[in-house]
Ligand binder design. Structure first.
Ligand SMILES: Nc1c(C(=O)O)ncn1[C@@H]1O[C@H](COP(=O)(O)O)[C@@H](O)[C@H]1O
Length: 161
């Protein structure tokens, strides 16, 4: 069983969502990825969401662009935490994706990240933090990640001096 499910609305979202995958791999977090569209594959989306707990997932990262209803519809169909990643769209630069994901009605939260790569990176870190509540190995990975980020920042500052 895997801890994190990464769902994207289209395979065209993969360049963005690969950033989530890379971080989960770096942190040693188990994951499985899916291409499921609420718009194009509504039955599969409901089936996935309603079975996500039985399939062992602890948290779901959902990335989509444009009229990005996928994260909200998954959140409507499961009690697992859903982290939304607004994928940058061509016509509106991802503002459409962001607003579609963040403006949820009360009672159906989606933890919404920022648009694009940084949002996908942060989604993976947030998912790991949620899973780390009951997992010491994940806690240690997060501490190591934080230290590496700190040391890299200090080092880059020294190069600048
Ligand atoms: N926002 C959604 C949903 C959904 O929310 O169900 N399904 C696909 N999409 C988005 O449509 C964009 C264009 O998709 P295509 O490149 O396949 O035409 C993608 O960013 C996808 O996430």
């Amino acid at each position: 069983m895997k801890d994190v499910a990464i769902v994207m609305g289209s395979i065209s979202d993969l360049p963005t969502m690969q950033n989530s995958i890379d971080i989960l791999q770096q942190l040693g977090v188990s994951y499985e990825r899916f291409v499921i569209s609420a718009h194009r594959m509504p039955r599969e989306m409901i089936y996935f969401s309603e079975n996500a707990i039985d399939n062992g997932f602890k948290v779901i990262i959902a990335g989509a662009g444009g009229a990005a209803h996928l994260p909200g519809m998954i959140a409507a169909s499961t009690i697992l935490p859903v982290i939304g990643v607004p994928v940058e769209s061509k016509s509106l630069s991802g503002m459409d994706s962001l607003l579609s994901i963040v403006q949820m009605p009360g009672g159906v939260p989606v933890a919404t990240m920022s648009i694009g790569k940084a949002g996908a990176v942060n989604a993976a870190i947030m998912a790991t933090k949620i899973c780390a509540i009951n997992n010491e190995q994940y806690s240690k990975s997060l501490l190591d990640f934080k230290k590496e980020m700190h040391d890299n920042s200090v080092e880059s500052g020294k190069r600048f001096e």
